[in-house]
Write a protein that binds this ligand. Structure first.
Ligand code: FAD
Length: 304
C-alpha cells in the first residue's frame, strides 16, 4: 500500500486528504467520523501531520496505525526531524513499518514556539529534510514525500536556491512533493516549471485548503507565507459577517482553482480537511473526482 504505486495506477485525476492528530477523546471521535465519511470516496491516500512534541506525536503514531489496520485507506505519516535524535527517528520509522505504514512525508519541522525563530538541530539529530529522506530510504522499502513551497520557504532568501534545495531533496530519494498552500494556480505552476527546468520530473502535488471560514482564510495566508491577491480579498472580506455566503463564495473560489489545476494536467489534489469531511466531500463531488462506482447512474435510454 504505497502512495507512488497508487498514483501511477490511477488513470483519472484523484485526491488525498490530510488530518491532524486529535487533542482529546472528543476530537478523536470527530477525526474518526470524518475518516469514515471520506473513506468511501476512495482518496489515493490519507495523511496525519506530526506535531511539535509529546502527546500530539503519540496521537499521530496511534491513529495512523489504526488507519493501516482498520480501514481501506492508504496511510501516510508525516514525520519531522526537529527535536529528535537520529536514534529516536529510527525507532519511530521502524514502528511505522511494523504497523504497516509504508509512506512517510519527511520534513524538517520548525523550532517549537516561533516557527521562524533560530533553527538549531538536536545535538544527535538532522539539519535538513534531505537527510531524513536518506534515513527513511536506508531503513526500508518506504515511499517518501517531501514539502515544497510555491513562494519559497520563509527562511529562503531566494527562490532559485530554494528550488535547488527542493530538487536535491527529491533526488535524495523522494517520490513526490506536496506544495504548501498558495492562492493562484499560476503560483503553483511556476514552481512546477522551476522544478522541471532544473531537470527534475518528480510529481508535485498541490495542497488545497477549502476556504469555508475566515479562520481557514487566515490559516492559508499564514501558512503560504505570502500576501493574498486583492481579487481574493475583494470576493471574501465583504462576506466576513455572513458565514453562509462566505462559505459558498470560498468553495466557489477553491473549485475554480482546482478546475484550473486539473486543466493544467495536475493529476492529484491534496485537501487539508481540518479533520472535517463536509467541505472536502463537496469539492470532490463538484470536481467529479468521485470513483466511477459512486457516480450517479446514467439514465437508461428511452426505447424508440
Ligand atoms: P527543509 O527541506 O530542510 O528546508 C528548510 C530550509 O532549509 C529551507 O529554507 C530550505 O531551502 C533550506 N535547505 C534545505 N536543504 C538545504 C541544504 N542542503 N543546504 C542549505 N539549505 C537547505 N510541520 C510539522 O511540524 N508537522 C507536519 O506534519 C508538517 N507537515 C507539512 C506538510 C506540508 C505539505 C508542508 C508544505 C509543510 C509541513 N510542515 C509540517 C511544515 C514544515 O515542517 C516547515 O515548513 C519547515 O520549516 C520546513 O520543512 P522542510 O521539510 O521543507 O525543510
Amino acid at each position: 500500500r504505497k502512495v507512488a504505486d497508487r498514483l501511477t495506477r490511477e488513470h483519472r485525476p484523484t485526491f488525498s486528504v490530510e488530518f491532524f492528530p486529535p487533542r482529546d477523546a472528543a476530537d478523536e471521535q470527530i477525526l474518526w467520523r470524518s475518516i469514515r465519511e471520506l473513506e468511501p470516496l476512495d482518496p489515493a491516500y490519507m495523511s496525519i501531520t506530526y506535531g511539535a512534541g509529546g502527546s500530539s506525536r503519540e496521537g499521530t503514531i496511534r491513529n495512523i496505525a489504526r488507519v493501516a489496520s482498520d480501514t481501506t485507506l492508504v496511510p501516510m505519516a508525516h514525520l519531522t526531524a526537529v527535536g529528535h535524535s537520529v536514534s529516536e527517528l529510527r525507532t519511530v520509522i521502524g514502528h511505522f513499518a511494523s504497523v504497516g505504514v509504508r509512506n512517510i512525508l519527511a520534513l524538517r519541522g520548525d523550532p517549537p514556539g516561533d516557527p521562524l525563530g533560530p533553527w538549531s538541530p538536536h545535538p544527535e539529530g538532522l539539519n535538513y529534510a534531505e537527510e531524513l529522506v536518506r534515513l527513511v530510504r536506508e531503513l526500508g522499502d518506504f515511499c517518501v514525500g517531501v514539502a515544497a513551497f510555491p513562494y519559497g520557504h520563509p527562511r529562503s532568501a531566494e527562490l532559485d536556491t530554494d528550488t535547488a534545495h527542493l530538487v536535491r531533496k527529491l533526488r535524495a530519494g523522494a517520490d513526490f512533493a506536496i506544495a504548501q498552500l498558495f492562492f493562484e494556480a499560476d503560483d503553483f505552476l511556476r514552481l512546477r516549471d522551476r522544478i522541471s527546468a532544473a531537470g527534475c520530473d518528480s510529481l508535485l502535488i498541490p495542497g488545497i485548503m477549502p476556504l469555508t471560514t475566515m479562520r481557514t482564510l487566515r490559516k492559508t495566508i499564514e501558512l503560504s507565507g505570502a500576501n493574498p491577491p486583492q481579487w481574493l480579498l475583494d470576493r471574501l472580506e465583504p462576506l466576513s459577517d455572513d458565514p453562509k455566503a462566505f462559505r459558498a463564495e470560498g468553495l466557489d473560489i477553491v473549485t475554480e482553482l482546482c478546475e484550473r489545476l486539473l486543466a493544467e494536467g495536475v493529476p492529484e489534489l491534496h485537501f487539508y480537511t481540518f479533520n472535517r469531511a463536509k467541505a472536502t466531500r463537496e469539492l470532490v463531488s463538484r470536481l467529479g473526482l468521485r470513483p466511477p462506482a459512486l457516480l450517479p447512474a446514467v439514465e437508461p435510454l428511452a426505447r424508440a
